[in-house]
Design a protein around this ligand. Sequence first.
Ligand code: GLU
Length: 284
Amino acid sequence: MKMRTRFAPSPTGYMHIGNLRTALYCYLIAKHDHGDFILRIEDTDQQREVEGAIDLIYQVMEETGLHYDEGPDIDGGVGPYIQSQRLDIYHEYAQKLIDLGGAHYCFCEGELEGEDPCLHLSQQEIQDKLDAGISHVIRQTIPTTGTTSFDDEVYGHIEVENKTLNEGILIKSDGYPTYNFANVIDDHLMNISHVVRGNEYLSSAPKYTHLYKAFGWEEPKYIHCPLITNEEHQKLSKRSGHSSYEDLIEQGFVPEAVVNFVALLGWSSPDNREIFSLEELVEA
Ligand code: GLU
């Protein structure tokens, strides 16, 4: 199978160093293997939408030389590559998942505490509520017994008890998917072989395993990257003044130097070499 990675930023208006490192590692492992590097825009959080943010992503990709093989403006046949243009696809697969028993309609308001009462609605009750236009979400259905496991290239074998996994929302009441649903659907339909992302998604990954299993799909390989921290081991906050690509460019660093710097946040050459061009990083 051809190596295919994806960088999947949300249009937040700036490029955090951690995101840039994810993009770079996606690019490097794909190009080292003569595979494809894909850009996907994850804009399903309508409240977080920022004007011009997508253009900014294109600009950073261009300036850093992280040229993608497929993306919103380069069709590779598995698009659209902007999530807000894929709503029909998510609805189709949510319905499939309900039929397969991996999800259910939920009409509860607010956060759930304990088991979802909607799990016990009859087919007729569900239909009546839908016909009456009652606001609803689609939630993942997760067994309460047993365990789930998966392997991560960085963190190794991970196993959790199913009862610790909450039945999160897959489709919100506004019809948009959550990340927890869209990432699985898209990574599968876009034939992604290696998922490289920040470790903030590690704890949700067992839920994704359940989704892949319910659909009968093969899981990609996971590479969760540890958080980038400051000298005090705290998360690099936006306030630090050097947390984003834009911050560093503003301080006078050239894009090549930023790429070089970011590459070494989480990797080092066995001979301690410190200066690499992008091509040399691909090679190494
Ligand atoms: N949209 C997510 C983010 O920006 C992407 C996570 C992923 O790579 O799957 O954090």
